[in-house]
Design a protein around this ligand. Sequence first.
Ligand code: FES
Length: 112
Amino acid sequence: MPTIEVLPHPELCPQGARFEGESGKSLCDNLLAQGIEIEHACEKSCACTTCHVIVREGGESLDPSTDDEDDLLDRAWGLTPHSRLSCQAKLRAGPVVLEIPRYTINYAKERR
Ligand code: FES
């Protein structure tokens, strides 16, 4: 099984993490299965940017992004060339190293 390494995030994963991910599952579902409570405001339907992750290594181990994902990512806080929406990026083979950005833009919450 492919290894997922998560760099430390002050709230979600202060010590960082390393675990065996499940192929065919999204990065978001893999993180949630490990108790790393990444936001997923649209319930993983590719309609927000709260599940944004930066793939520091192993981007080729993921399914390629779709146009819909790329369009949404343009609105993500802290966008990088290695950004993905974790609910859309399915793990295939190979290890990945992920960074969870410090902030997210949660349009749903901000509208309340
Ligand atoms: S949870 Fe909304 S796009 Fe991933």
